[in-house]
Design a protein around this ligand. Structure first.
Ligand code: 5AD
Ligand code: SF4
Length: 314
């Protein structure tokens, strides 16, 4: 598919079901009926960035900031491992990180025999290298949009080029890299989303986190509408068809805007879900956007849900 063809597919609302069916076949043929589970631990909502769309932005004084202690993070990891999880995702706002502490946590998780995914924002090459040496396997850093004008208006004081360099650094250090975008950001066009899709391919991403933008009243984008869930679905289906073996989670933002969206998206190209392991007492403070529908089900409940749509846990 070239740029023009991607644009045409994304613009054509009447093709959504057909596209999803094809993506579902491509998914089945390339990654099978297995759904990969990742235990998500949102260990801090402290952030030095001020992204206009996000509730964790530093200018938002309406949320209570938290950071779990090393022991608390380790006990979340242990809980996930005990339930049979093979990957833990350590995610936070872009706060200042105690590198030694992070290194210890990564080593702890590796000793328990699980894959470690980090999602800590833009950091120096050396910091990424230190975590890789400690055993971290994967890193998530969504590009958010490759439209430079939109990117730099919505992410003040940062340069899109730097974020792209971070993604290259992570790749060159041997991380499996997840990137992605939001759909429906103010100023974003179908053309720019199509360029994002080509960027995913060029950057050799291993994973794609794609979800609709959800308007948050505590941010400057409060008056903008939510992203289009149907367009989000078409983007995901196109990505699956273009990148048959990539990992694509059915994201929390999808479930938030559409009841049972997770199941629908698992049948439209997605093959990953990320149950939430953030401790209950801080969960509601990791408020990127309102009414976040995170997945808190037990392994049994998840198994049953997946069985209903003909899928199995990895
Ligand atoms: N709506 C949807 N997704 C959001 N994110 C941040 N704010 C919002 C929002 N208002 C996404 C970003 C970020 C990820 C962790 O959450 O894409 O990379
Ligand atoms: Fe911070 Fe990430 Fe939210 Fe931007 S999107 S304000 S970097 S947590």
């Amino acid at each position: 598919m070239n740029f023009k063809e991607i644009v045409e597919l994304l613009k054509n609302e009447s093709l959504e079901e057909e596209l999803a069916l094809l993506a579902d076949e491509v998914r089945k043929a390339n990654v099978g009926n297995i759904v990969r589970l990742r235990a998500l631990i949102e260990f801090s909502n402290i952030c030095r960035q001020d992204c206009l769309y996000c509730g964790l932005r530093k200018s938002n004084s309406n949320i209570t900031r938290y950071k779990l202690t090393k022991n608390e993070i380790m006990s979340c990891i242990s809980r996930a491992v005990k339930q049979g999880y093979k990957t833990v995702v350590l995610q936070s706002g872009e706060g200042t990180c105690d590198i030694d502490e992070m290194t210890e946590i990564i080593k702890f998780a590796k000793q328990l025999g699980v894959y470690v995914t980090l999602s800590l924002g833009q950091r120096t090459y050396d910091e990424y290298a230190t975590y890789r040496m400690a055993g971290a396997d994967r890193y998530l850093l969504r590009i958010e949009t490759t439209d430079e004008y939109v990117h730099e208006r919505l992410r003040p004081y940062t340069k899109m080029q730097n974020r792209m360099e971070c993604i290259q650094h992570l790749k060159s250090l041997g991380y499996e890299v997840g990137t992605g975008i939001m759909i429906g950001l103010p100023g974003q066009t179908i053309e720019s989303i199509s360029r994002d899709v080509l960027y995913f391919k060029e950057s050799k991403a291993d994973m794609l986190g794609i979800g609709p933008f959800i308007s948050n009243v505590q941010t400057p984008l409060k008056d903008f509408p939510n992203g289009d869930i149907h367009l989000t679905r078409r983007v995901i289906s196109v990505c699956r068809i273009l990148m048959p073996k990539i990992n694509i989670p059915a994201t929390t933002a999808v479930e938030t805007l559409l009841p049972n969206g997770r199941d629908l998206f698992l049948q439209s190209g997605c093959n990953v879900i990320m149950p939430n392991f953030t401790p209950e007492n801080v969960r509601s403070s990791y408020s990127l956007y309102p009414n976040k529908k995170a997945l808190y089900k037990s392994r049994n409940e998840i198994n049953n849900d997946l069985e209903r749509i003909g899928r199995v846990v990895d």
